[in-house]
Design a protein around this ligand. Structure first.
Ligand SMILES: [Zn+2]
Length: 648
């Protein structure tokens, strides 16, 4: 079965490709477009090879594919008969060259020779198919509603296709809700078949990812228009005029007479696959379907709202009220297994606290006061370490059980060296950290020491936190009282803040408590958590006992170069991060965002591809895409995340 490619001088077929998420109303939009003079709608062409050729499902006209005279004529005109086409080959080719996991090759400048050759073979089928449809239907424009983002990327490389893309968007909550419903597929005749259902969080991630990638198309030179389904329903005439302009169709005269106030007059179409409503003919009324507002559960709505905010903002699906509700929520990596009540030790160990400060005397005094007023029965000693700043000796006190000593950082300048200076200068059983802009709740040490002492193998204990940001407080708990290495490889678990760290001395003496080699003290607390967790699970008191100040101007936020380098160091040091798909997706996502923030788009896209391939549901590659595409600035993303008590 050798199908020769079209001659180079063969005129390209103009194809209007409708892209976007399924259940975005594309069937109705397509059928409206198909009524435009000069256009022919053929449904979701991507499924023709399997559902039409292999399974012989029903065409939009009601006939089986093999009995539909339109498609039989197309097969003859394009390929000399459908028996000349091997659907298995098309399935194999699609898996190889038409999959978003290969977005690097589909969108990026780096394409292997093999990929190029296989893609050529794949596209020759589409070129012949569209050409035959144009010939049989006698139309100017073929309308394909396959919707797949990957296929849009593939088709733009076809020589004989003049591609125009209509990016159809719909409120992600309506889309997510629709995918939770069970819908029968009437085109399947020999059995009961249903369209698949998906979880709202999954659909939300896809919605963000696909729309972000579709935004890139016009920047790569493909004529693209965005149409909101809601706008189409509200004003179909204006919407169709815009679409006609994109497709190069003339809609003067009575071309749009099938549109009226009460809806659309629809005729028969030969669509190979799509929503069940494609079998409806006659008058179809247009209305917004807002069932999701009543039916989509609040928790699902929060998740969808959170996962789609960059796109929603860009497309005008605002949700200020839901934003606020979402801000009070948090993610639960692991459900809590046991209550926190623990017996208290008979002898309370001594605790040494390292309080590193740079140049914020008022904040530092507040932090110091919260440490010294701890409701803790044992001995408590504080080292205030001034990092690159004049030490304030007036803080010094020899008070019996709560002495305070003042010193300067004698090691590597920066947070890590300053912490180690304090650690090495202390002679306590347990070592705790507090940053100068954070404070401890009065019961912090007592609860935490009791929990750590009950677990002799553990070397590090943490607590949950309250984040103060923008005049609001967000509690960040983690839903567990033990944090294991696997969890930490897969997530930084930002609620385990360094101002809550309480370590046994032996974690200090062996290797040095804090890694000073990480650039500018980036990710050093994550590194310490990982190091501690390789020895034993971290004991976690899941109560917000530490109050953390997050400013939008926090001095670590913008140092993306150092962040990227630190993350690469972590990857090299913990190879398990590249073996685990979720961890690999996370790290690549972090690096993607870091490079996107720096405007290093080539590197950003490389990591976006890597992250998406490792873990499709990793939200960071979506955010990185949005930044790389300049839909939203990195600072804006960080501000939004910070407001919710999250980092990137
Ligand atoms: Zn038909």
């Amino acid at each position: 079965m050798i199908i020769p490619p079209l001659e180079p001088e063969h005129a390209p077929t103009r194809v209007l490709y409708v892209a976007g998420m399924g259940r975005s109303g594309s069937t109705l939009v397509e059928r409206a477009i198909a009524q435009l003079p000069g256009a022919t709608g053929v449904g979701e062409v991507v499924f023709l090879w399997d559902r039409g050729l292999r399974r012989d499902e029903r065409c939009g006209c009601g006939e089986r594919f093999s009995a539909c005279s339109f498609w039989q004529r197309v097969g003859k005109a394009g390929f000399g008969g459908w028996d000349q086409v091997d659907p298995d080959e098309m399935t194999a080719l699609a898996e190889e060259v038409d999959d978003l996991r290969d977005i690097g090759q589909l969108a990026g400048p780096i394409v292997t020779r093999r990929f190029r050759a296989r893609q050529r073979r794949y596209l020759e089928h589409y070129e012949r198919l569209y050409d035959a449809i144009r010939e049989v239907a006698g139309c100017d424009v073929v309308v394909d509603t396959s919707k797949l983002t990957s296929l849009a990327y593939s088709l733009r490389r076809a020589e004989h296709i003049d591609l125009r893309v209509l990016q159809l968007v719909r409120d992600p909550r309506a889309v997510a809700y629709s995918w939770t419903k069970t819908i029968r597929r009437p085109e399947v005749l020999d059995r009961e078949a249903y369209m698949p259902t998906y979880r709202p969080s999954y659909m939300a991630a896809l919605w963000s990812g696909h729309n972000a990638l579709l935004e890139l198309l016009p920047r790569l030179g493909t004529p693209t228009e965005r149409l909101r389904y809601e706008d189409f329903v509200d004003d179909p005439l204006a919407s169709l005029r815009r679409v006609a302009e994109l497709a190069g169709l003339d809609v003067s005269g009575d071309a749009l007479d099938f549109v009226s106030d009460s809806g659309l007059d629809l005729g028969v179409v030969h669509t190979v696959s799509g929503n069940p409503s494609r079998f409806t003919t006659g008058r179809v009324s247009l209305r917004r379907d807002d069932a999701w507002r009543a039916e989509l559960p609040a928790s699902a709505r929060r998740v969808v709202t959170a996962l789609t905010w960059p796109g929603r903002r860009a497309y005008g699906y605002d949700a200020t009220a839901e934003h606020r509700a979402e801000a009070s929520g948090h993610q639960d990596p692991v459900p809590s297994q046991r209550p926190q009540a623990l017996p208290e030790p008979t002898v309370w160990p001594s605790v040494g606290v390292v309080l590193v400060t740079h140049d914020r005397p008022a904040l530092m005094r507040r932090a110091l006061a919260s440490i010294r007023s701890q409701d803790y029965p044992g001995r408590l000693e504080v080292r205030v370490v001034f990092d690159r700043a004049e030490p304030d000796q007036t803080l010094h006190t020899d008070a019996d059980d709560r002495p305070v000593r003042v010193g300067v950082n004698t090691r590597t300048p920066g947070l890590c060296g300053a912490r180690n200076t304090g650690v090495l200068d202390l002679d306590a059983d347990l070592i705790a950290f507090c940053d100068d802009d954070d404070t401890w709740e009065p019961g912090k040490l007592r609860r935490q020491v009791a929990a750590l002492e009950a677990e002799p193998d553990a070397v590090l204990a943490t607590t949950a936190m309250v984040v103060d940001v923008d005049g609001r407080s967000v509690a960040r708990t983690c839903g567990t009282d033990r944090v294991r290495l696997e969890q930490l490889l897969r997530s930084r678990l930002a609620m385990l803040h360094s101002s809550s760290f309480l370590a046994r001395r032996n974690l200090v003496t062996a290797t040095g408590l804090v890694d000073e080699s990480l650039p500018r003290s980036m990710a050093e607390d994550w590194e310490l958590l990982l190091r501690a967790a390789t020895r034993a699970p971290i004991v976690h008191v899941d109560e917000p006992l530490v109050r953390v100040q997050w400013g939008v101007s926090s001095h670590f936020v913008h140092r993306w170069v150092d962040k990227n380098e630190a993350h690469r160091t972590l990857l090299a040091r913990y190879p398990a991060m590249t073996r685990d798909r979720v961890a690999a997706g996370l790290m690549a996502g972090k690096l993607a965002f870091g490079h996107a923030a720096l405007g290093e788009r080539r590197a950003a896209w490389r990591y976006i591809a890597r992250s998406a391939r490792a873990n499709w549901r990793e939200p960071r590659w979506v955010l990185a895409s949005a930044v790389a595409l300049r839909l939203v600035s990195a600072d804006r993303v960080m501000t939004e995340l910070t407001r919710r008590g999250h980092g990137i």
